[in-house]
Design a protein. Structure first.
Length: 390
């Protein structure tokens, strides 16, 4: 196959890692001709561009494909995508993320190219103004009519798009976001060594969260619950992996609560370090209020850790109450504190939840499984187009 993938930017994030694994697998394992088209990647979240540059496949930077809304830049990006696709002449276009998803589908439609789009997270979500919320729904409805299939990273994303009237269930497929599972199965470095480097003592119980220090990621709820957790379990330490614009604000609030010694900021780390940091944790917590299906949840389970998450979007598809972890009401603080206290006090339950999660989800989240399923969808779309043209 000859496939063009279009994504807004290649920061260090779940949707971007998902896309890069797909491109790499197609190129390496299937011998496909693949192009990765993306906008300029800047910001505190880090970049996957150096890794993409080493992949051996075609990489194109679309100059005006920017995350922020701008009618002039968006029009320019649309024209740049048309030119890039016309020059590359793919058999199929696969779009990712909100901005690239809309402009990329429009460009593919203009050129009459088969196209699929992955919903990594709903473009319309909690925290948006009513104007933006309804504008994104309208844009997604328009774009959904300009592609052949929609692919969701969890069933919850399909349900949200169907409920919003954007599409119908028969036009959607669920393909869970793949990852390299081996480092989560086997620690790349001894957890004791990693903990020692972070100043964590053997008797500490480490509660870890992996996410950008950014809006909607929910760090503030964990911080507010932390005082109660530490009062009940003084040996608890909180390990925050990631960086972002809210770091100073969070550090100030932690100091106000008298918890500076209980929090460790690992900062921005390359993706290959995430497995060793998760292995250094005893409990994985995720308090985002908007997410497709946070990769850290299956990552934690594959590493044999119990998970605690708010019940948002696809979390319930891997966080099974009393089997793999705790599923809590979004934005709740008291239930979050109680769940963490209970797990911190019960090593047997932590081990049981982690073992169950590893057994249930390891194979499901292999990136090889994801890419195989995606190529099956591509082939169905191409076969259907051939039948229509016959």
């Amino acid at each position: 196959m000859r496939v063009a993938h279009i994504i807004t930017r290649m920061i260090i994030g779940g949707a971007q890692q998902n896309t890069l694994y797909t491109v790499e697998d197609q190129f390496r394992d299937y011998g496909d001709e693949v192009s990765l088209m993306t906008g300029p990647t800047t910001g505190p979240e880090g970049t996957l561009i150096p890794r993409a540059e080493q992949g051996g496949f075609d990489l194109q930077i679309i100059p005006h494909l920017l995350r922020s809304l701008s009618p002039l830049n968006d029009w320019r990006a649309y024209r740049e995508l048309i030119a890039a696709l016309r020059d590359y002449q793919p058999d199929l276009v696969h779009t990712h993320s909100s901005k690239a998803g809309i402009l990329g589908r429009a460009a593919a439609w203009h050129l009459k190219l088969p196209c699929v789009h992955t919903i990594h997270g709903a473009a319309f979500h909690f925290g948006q103004s009513p104007l933006h919320y309804h504008a994104y729904i309208a844009a997604e409805k328009w774009a959904a009519q300009r592609c052949d299939r929609l692919i969701s990273v969890c069933d919850a994303m399909t349900d949200q798009y169907v409920a919003a009237g954007i599409t119908t269930k028969d036009r959607c497929d669920t393909v869970y976001s793949g990852m390299e599972v081996e480092p989560f199965l086997t620690p790349p470095r001894p957890p004791e060594e990693v903990r020692r480097e972070l100043g964590i003592e053997p008797w500490h119980i480490v509660i870890g969260k992996v996410a950008r220090l950014f809006h909607l990621k929910g760090h503030q709820y964990l911080i507010e619950a932390a005082r109660q957790v530490v009062d009940a379990q003084p040996q608890v330490r909180f390990l925050l992996v990631g960086d972002g614009i809210l770091r100073a604000e969070f550090e100030q609030r932690i100091a106000e609560l008298g918890l500076t010694e209980n929090f460790i900021f690992a900062g921005l780390v390359p993706p290959e370090r995430v497995p060793e940091l998760i292995h250094a944790m005893d409990i994985v917590v995720h308090t985002s209020v908007w997410e497709g299906l946070a990769r850290v949840l299956p990552q934690g389970l594959i590493a044999g850790k119990p998970v605690v998450s708010y019940d948002v979007d696809g979390a319930r598809e891997v966080v099974i109450p009393e089997e793999t972890g705790y599923l809590l009401p979004a934005e709740s603080i008291e239930p979050l504190a109680q769940a963490l206290i209970e797990l911190a006090a019960d090593p047997e339950k932590r081990a049981r939840f982690g073992k169950t999660g590893r057994e249930r989800f390891t194979d499901q989240f292999r990136h090889e499984t994801m890419t195989r399923r995606l190529r099956e969808i591509y082939q169905r779309v191409l076969d259907e187009r051939s039948r229509q043209q016959a």
